[in-house]
Design a binder for this molecule. Structure first.
Ligand SMILES: [Zn+2]
Length: 288
């Protein structure tokens, strides 16, 4: 089965390298990811770029689609928005975001509520939603738990996306990480709102042994299953890894445990094409 990884990170920022080495125990390199993708059957990925335009630590990295040893084929990106930069200098920030949305690799926008204390309905995001409408691009939203104790969870609760989805019915929203641990709320949101999808990336941060331990814990697995069974919206769920916070192959197996086999083709491939239509061009041009 061909797989699309609808949510990963791929930039030379220290916290990603540290997570790769100490949490997921994966080789944090283009070579490492290519090898993991080949074994798992992943043929394309959507990179979530970091919020903010601050320069990367080592010069020469103009964008977040390459590591020290280069890049890999078939990567697109959702462009990260930093609401603090946006409020400090809206003109400059919007100019930079729009410039990036015009790049061939841009396929969406990424917001990071929780990490930043702004609700997705904050008026500050209005021009961002106008850009999403103009470029017909989906808006992926970090939802649920955060990797930082300094983040504020009330802003990243999936329920906050409901109001945005109603106010902007022509924009497609993706609730990242199924909003875990508030997966039942996400189940309700994808059932109720035709324009809301969810990705199942990053629900476990850990190495292969840790993922296996989670898979063996029925009560833990059941909280996701309950949400999926409740929603019965397998055409609204996108596979993603959140690499490098988890190794690819064990993460694929984890999601396969949760999703009934008859829906694998949709969850692991078809749904990403619906939400991120630029993926089609990628496959057409690469012939894969
Ligand atoms: Zn992520």
């Amino acid at each position: 089965m061909k797989i699309i990884d609808a949510h990963l990170h791929f930039s030379e920022r220290e916290h990603f390298r540290r997570t790769a080495e100490t949490v997921a125990e994966v080789a944090f390199s283009a070579k490492g990811l290519r090898s993991e993708y080949e074994i798992a059957g992943v043929t394309a990925g959507i990179v979530m770029t970091s919020p903010g335009r601050e320069p990367l630590p080592s010069s020469g990295y103009s964008r977040e689609l390459e590591l020290k040893d280069g890049s890999i084929e078939n990567l697109l990106a959702c462009i990260g928005v930093n609401p603090v930069d946006l409020s400090n200098d809206p003109g400059e920030e919007l100019y930079l975001i729009e410039k990036e949305l015009n790049m061939p690799y841009a396929t969406g926008i990424k917001l990071y509520p929780g990490y930043f204390p702004f609700y997705v309905t904050d008026p500050l995001y209005k021009p961002i939603y106008r850009l999403a409408q103009k470029y017909k691009m989906p808006v992926a939203i970090h939802c649920g738990d955060t990797s930082s104790a300094r983040a504020k969870l009330k802003y990243s609760h999936p329920m906050t996306v409901d109001e945005a989805a109603v106010e902007y019915p022509d924009i497609t929203f993706v609730i990242c990480h199924m909003g875990d641990p508030w997966v039942m709320d996400t189940a309700e949101l994808i059932s109720k709102n035709p324009n809301v999808y969810t990705d199942v990336s990053g629900m476990i941060a850990g190495n292969a042994a840790f993922i296996q331990r989670r898979r063996n814990t029925a009560l833990y697995m059941d909280h996701f299953r309950q949400a999926m069974v409740y929603a019965e919206q397998y055409d609204k769920i996108l596979f993603g890894t959140d690499w490098p916070i988890a190794p690819v192959v064990p993460y694929v197996e984890f999601i396969k445990d949760l999703v009934p086999e008859e829906h694998h083709q949709d969850v692991f491939f078809n749904n990403a094409l619906k939400v991120y239509p630029k993926l089609k061009d990628l496959f057409d041009s690469s012939g894969s």
